[in-house]
Design a protein around this ligand. Structure first.
Ligand code: SAM
Length: 381
């Protein structure tokens, strides 16, 4: 029989209880990411349920919220994601840094990129450095960027191989690239088409113009990214924290001694996780594994898509539970289960839902009002 949900008032934070600034503190907002859960939710369960864990796993780590909160709480953790960009982002967020060296390296890259932009023109190889180019044949970049915005981005990119903190520079470049696309302000998350002319902005209710300026964003994010990393270094512990690139539905977890899981699986037909960072894949030439994404939006919510989704999530849960769980292990799943798929999924995986907690998410940010329930399923062998 299905376990009835129990509303946990303590977890029903309003915007006033838990303002955006607190939800997006330090490295949690190193780069925009659609579909993350709030760090305070993870922290709540880590402190109450998982504080003596030997190894917590998040098989769908996304932007790394579980790993970051585990690290701060001194709990060893391992995370998996099929998206190369997400894994790079998690590595950058969770690493240990010499902040003075990092700041020097990032500032030098910025300065050199601005000099290079002023001395060269777009679509040129850099004289004397044949492997470095500020040239791109990408149709995507030519469609979504004004040439004046693309030039500094490609100049910055061309200098990354000369620097020590290459992945940090790639995250800065990606964040600046996201902000300098020729898109309408009201379509930042899901841009429908490039805007090369002024347009009536539904977000600001006035005429807005598409940006031609990426330098302003490179400068802003060089500073902000280093500041956020520095803030995190103040609370970071040296606990084992390992982001891994892989497909969780087929990964062999046998060698890992995972005793608990805390995760929010991709929900069906909602988000294309590679596609939301399309600009980064294009600019950085990252390997695309989007065909292995579970529940991708592109595949919709047809009967066949639902059946595939249920099988893949159940297989992932079973893989982990069979390879390392004992009777005390908990598999905690955070999900907005509108279609009611998770009773079947958990049953098929061989686990049992012991508790089903519920929280109301009632928040307004920008033009988006969010008002829905999120379930927290506590499952065991
Ligand atoms: C809901 S998001 C997780 C968000 C995360 N809780 C956070 O706070 O950032 C689900 C993640 O699962 C990943 N994913 C989808 N299919 C996967 C697969 N087969 N193996 C591993 N990760 C996968 C997606 O790339 C996405 O980042």
């Amino acid at each position: 029989m299905a376990v009835k949900p129990r509303l946990v008032k303590q977890l029903c934070w309003t915007e006033k209880d838990l303002p955006q600034k607190t939800r997006t503190k330090h490295v949690h907002s190193l780069h925009p990411y659609l579909g993350k859960f709030v760090p305070q939710l993870v922290d709540y369960f880590l402190k109450r349920e998982l504080k003596n864990s030997k190894l917590v796993c998040d098989p769908f780590m996304g932007s790394g919220t579980t790993l970051i909160e585990c690290n701060v709480n001194g709990i060893p953790s391992v995370g998996f994601d099929i998206s190369k960009f997400n894994v790079m982002l998690c590595n950058v967020k969770t690493k240990k840094y010499d902040i003075a060296r990092l700041r020097k390296d990032v500032n030098a890259a910025l300065e050199e990129a601005f000099v290079l932009t002023s001395k060269t023109s777009l679509d040129r190889y850099i004289p004397g450095k044949t492997k470095h180019k500020i040239k791109s044949n990408s149709k995507y970049l030519k469609t979504w960027y004004h040439p004046e915005a693309l030039h500094p981005l490609l100049a910055f990119k061309s200098l990354i191989p000369d620097h020590n903190y290459q992945d940090v520079l790639k995250i800065i470049l990606s964040r600046a690239a996201r902000s300098s696309r020729m898109i309408a302000h009201y379509e930042v998350d899901f841009p429908k088409k490039p805007y090369s002319e002024d347009y009536h902005c539904l977000k600001h209710d006035r005429i807005c113009h598409p940006t031609k300026n990426s330098k302003i964003f490179l400068k802003r994010y060089c500073k902000d990214v280093v500041n956020r990393i520095e803030e995190f270094q103040g609370i970071r512990t040296n606990t084992y924290t390992k982001p891994i690139h892989g497909d969780s539905s087929t990964f062999d977890f046998a060698d890992l001694k995972i005793d608990h899981v805390f995760t929010s699986p991709p929900y069906i037909g909602l988000i294309d996780y590679h596609d939301q960072h399309k600009y980064a894949y294009d600019l950085l030439g990252l390997e695309d594994n989007s065909s292995l994404e579970i529940g991708r939006k592109k595949n919709g919510t047809s009967k066949a898509a639902i059946s595939n989704y249920k099988n893949s999530i159940a297989k992932t849960i079973r893989n982990i539970a069979e390879s390392s769980f004992d009777k005390d292990s908990q598999f905690i799943i955070v999900v907005n289960d509108k279609l009611g798929l998770y009773d079947d999924i958990v049953a098929d995986s061989g686990l049992t839902i012991k508790k089903r907690l519920m929280r109301e998410v009632n928040r307004r940010s920008g033009r988006r009002a969010t008002n829905f329930n999120e379930d927290i399923l506590i499952c065991k062998l």
